[in-house]
Ligand binder design. Sequence first.
Ligand code: FES
Length: 197
Amino acid sequence: MADADVKAVAGGAAPEATDEAPKKPVDPDFEPEIIVFACHYCAYAAADLAGSMRLQYPTNIRMIKLPCTGKLEVIHLLKAIESGADGVYAAGCLEGECHYLKGNLWARKRVNHVKTLLEEVGIEPERVEMYNMSSAMGAKFAEVATEFTERIKALGPNPVKREGVDPHAAAREALGGVAMPDDPAPSAATSEEGHAE
Ligand code: FES
């Protein structure tokens, strides 16, 4: 049967071929596990401020405090994903305000490199991101946490997630002595929804 006949039988034009993968249905019950590598000079302090301001943000995020995002290597980001984190982001000082001059710029380069690596192995690069903020940006901290969580919810679970592996613990272990001890019960925990660990 000729193409035109097929269209006539179907009662209209055949759908155009597209390279786009069909969208996965969003599971409304999916609660992603998100790791945040936070510079203690800015994002970690901003989280604390968000808590003091009683701004709400999702409880999906679990923070690991760093002396500077420049300490974050490609292997640390990959380890977080490999151990099952659904999303990972680094939150560093504003550009030009890193206490170690270029730590946040190196972090952005490493995050971008990890995005490329993930894409090569078929994992959505959007699962990894870099943000910049100052310690005074409590509202931005809450906004980023909320937006990123929504992004990951839309993507669905990490395809390499494994039963019984805690991505937060695995990422901390990979960092070794680089991760700083968390402050006891940051005041962000006073937010009804938000917390910082
Ligand atoms: Fe904050 Fe470098 S000191 S990112």
